[in-house]
Ligand binder design. Structure first.
Ligand code: F0G
Length: 460
């Protein structure tokens, strides 16, 4: 294995490039005003370095682009579907595979198939689309992540772990028959890209087995989680990340997947399960909402690219360089004394907007404000992961007020260079130097679901 090397470099060279555009501050002021101070509403042509998300923004390899020419665009039973099923079986180990257009398509199928009204789904912190699908199916999400996950200063190496006592108490209080499954996400997005440990998952498995409750993984960034296990958990330093991913999946009953992250594709996802009954129900639903169960809303070429992307992603050199770049940005910011969530996560560096703007109340949307100001300063686009993302309580209608108020600098895979990271750190430093001038934002428009995508604001 190559992980004994001291430093990392990207295990690829660049064959094709896309020019970047730089705008003036006056242009950005206008664009931001028109976008209602929401970086999701900024047209990408006005963005310099795009750190909005790592979702669907990766650079595909020459092999994956070549795969796009091998699309078998038959309506039914395309050979690309077989390749995808083989890749999922080989690398994730689950037997049945239903392709979907992206991760939330798979979440929809899983939630609709397993959740009955009044059920509770425990999970290691909420994710926006995952929780919404659980709620739309009549269920309620219950957070059972360890307390350290809500503390941006805690250096716990596995902040994605489940609090076993909390999980046990929850199952006892609602009744095991009202818990259709436990949802476990790899490198927990909303906690700052923080992993769970194999030991913790094993304990979750033994607890849930006692009650006959299945585990469904959100495998979106499971590979990144596996890398942290390899590096930080005793007993795994000689395992490959691919072996660790298989071991994790062997402790679960299935997974939902957004192939737009770990699997390096621009579009695609799947639901995978060992449960034949769930598979049968998911096949019924996918045909209604996505497309036939052998393409699930994707073209044959997309299925082929995802099959190859899965295989390519399972490389120690790839994942080490990917997370190495995230850590490089995080450490550069730490050297500049910028408040960021520690430990640095797998897919992004999360700025602690509460500390950044410690003079602003949470109702002035500090993380949204920070994303807007960073854009204004530099043309670099980040994303809010705080009170706006957390939405409103379904019963009371009040804001959910998460402990974490974060602005995410998310790194697309294989897209930017170390020099882009340096420029980003400088821009964040300049935004930090001007922090006292900031008065925050007011919300002026709020959509019904997943408001962070389309909400509009104005300066307070
Ligand atoms: N689960 C996690 C942990 C995610 O981060 C996402 C998407 C999904 C599920 C849904 O997948 O977008 O393919 O439908 N996260 C993106 C992000 C949007 O920017 O964090 P999807």
């Amino acid at each position: 294995m190559s992980v004994v090397k001291q430093s990392w470099a990207e295990p690829f060279k660049i064959k094709s490039v896309e020019p970047l555009t730089m705008s003036t501050r006056e242009e950005r002021e206008r664009v931001l005003r028109l976008a209602g101070y929401n970086t999701f509403l900024v047209p990408s042509k006005h963005v310099y370095i795009d750190l909005l998300t790592d979702s669907g923004t990766s650079a595909m390899s020459d092999s994956m682009w070549a795969a796009m020419m091998l699309g078998d665009e038959a309506y039914a039973g395309s050979r690309n579907f077989e390749h995808l099923v083989n890749a999922v079986r080989k690398y994730y180990g689950f037997r049945h595979v239903v392709p979907t257009h992206q991760g939330r398509g798979a979440e929809h199928l899983l939630s609709r198939s397993l959740i009955k009204p009044g059920d509770t789904v425990p999970g290691n912190m909420y994710f926006t689309t995952t929780r919404l699908h659980q709620e739309l199916a009549g269920g309620a999400f219950a957070d059972v992540i360890i307390a350290e996950a809500h503390d941006p200063h805690s250096t716990h190496p596995f902040k994605g772990n489940v609090d076993l006592q909390r999980l046990d108490d929850l199952i006892r209080s609602v009744g095991a028959d009202r818990v259709p499954y436990v949802s476990i996400a790899g490198t927990v997005n909303m906690a700052g890209g923080q992993p769970f440990s194999m030991e913790n998952l094993r304990q979750v498995r033994s607890l849930t087995s006692k009650y006959g409750i299945p585990i469904y993984l959100d495998a979106t960034r499971l590979l990144e989680n596996a890398y942290f296990i390899q590096r930080q958990e005793e007993g795994y330093s000689n395992w490959t990340v691919a072996e660790i991913v298989r071991e994790i999946c062997a402790l679960a009953d299935g997974c939902t997947m957004s192939g737009k992250k770990d699997s390096l594709v621009n579009i695609g996802g799947f639901l995978a399960t060992n449960d034949k009954r769930l598979y049968e129900e998911a096949c019924n639903l996918v045909i209604v909402y996505e497309g036939l169960h052998t393409y699930g809303g994707l073209a044959g070429r997309d299925l082929e690219a995802m099959a190859r992307g899965i295989a390519e992603s399972m490389s120690d050199d790839h994942i080490r360089a990917r997370i190495g770049q995230v850590e490089y940005l995080g450490e550069t910011l730490l050297k500049r004394k910028i408040p960021v969530v520690v430990p640095i996560g797998g897919h992004a560096v999360f700025l602690n907007a509460r500390s950044f703007y410690d003079h602003l109340p949470q109702d002035a949307f500090p993380a949204q404000t920070l994303a807007a100001n960073l854009y204004l300063q530099s043309g670099i686009r980040a994303m809010e992961r705080g009170i706006v993302s957390a939405g409103r309580n379904a019963e009371t209608g009040d804001h959910n007020r998460p402990a974490l108020e974060l602005t995410r600098l998310t790194l697309p895979r294989r897209v930017y260079t170390q020099a882009h990271m340096d420029v980003t750190a400088e821009a964040v430093g300049e935004t930090y130097a001007e922090r006292r001038k900031t008065t925050g934002l007011k919300i002026t428009f709020e959509p019904k679901y997943l408001r962070f995508f389309r909400a509009r604001f104005r300066p307070r």
